[in-house]
Design a protein around this ligand. Sequence first.
Ligand code: ADP
Ligand code: MG
Length: 268
Amino acid sequence: MLELATIGGTAPQTGTALADSPLAIRGLTVSYGEKPAVFSVDMTVEPGRMTAIIGPNGAGKSTLLKAALGIIRPLSGQVQVFGQPMAAQRSRIAYVPQRASVDWDFPTSVIDVVLMGLYRQVGLLGRIRGTHRARARACLDRVGMGDFANRQIGQLSGGQQQRVFLARALAQEADLYLLDEPFAGVDAATEKAIIAVLQSLRAEGRTVVAVHHDLATVPDYFDNVFLINTRRVAEGPVSTAFTADTLQAAYGGRLATAQVDQLSRALV
Ligand code: ADP
Ligand code: MG
């Protein structure tokens, strides 16, 4: 159990042992140019919990996830997944990227997108069988998209597309789910459907880490938070790490008055 929030980049680590953590990051620095986008970040994700990654625009949230996944090569630092190097554990991770980063202009059916989540089981040259299709359909049902299996992905609304990407991640049957702003630009019904699925993953003992931009829903949706503004600002349970002080430290003057009002209600 994590009890104490850790504040600052060099604070002592939390109670989760490194080998037990689904995602443990040490000294991670990532740079696209001269200025680091992520600087010397430590993170210890607690197993079986839902953790929100929070911070202002450009704080390095997406970069942190991409570097953890090996999509971007860091300047320095280590990433361990379930106590082993990430490359050895890649099949245990499902990733749902920020929606805007995916271009669906080419014709692909919804069921084919979900089947992509099964490619490890199917094998690169393996044949898709009825059992694979049945599993893909079950995942679509779980996100409320069972009736859309044969539609073109490009013809769906943003919220519907997001549900399909989540179905693809479900098909992977991963132990660690990494999602980049899964609720951005989706309707209220989709947000509800997605959070219900994430909570059911947690109930199955899986670990969920999501970049989240709506501060007001953090205490309702998440167990733990990780606040970042290039450097780690705070990490721990919502009750201790998600406070007016840590938010001020992460957002500084960028926290609008309206958000502060909203938050003072969320933080009671
Ligand atoms: P966040 O997800 O918190 O909004 P990002 O991780 O996307 O932040 O970006 C962190 C910083 O790195 C920003 O200053 C952004 O402009 C910069 N950045 C992100 N991706 C690239 C890229 N591919 N090339 C150059 N700079 C980038
Ligand atoms: Mg981002």
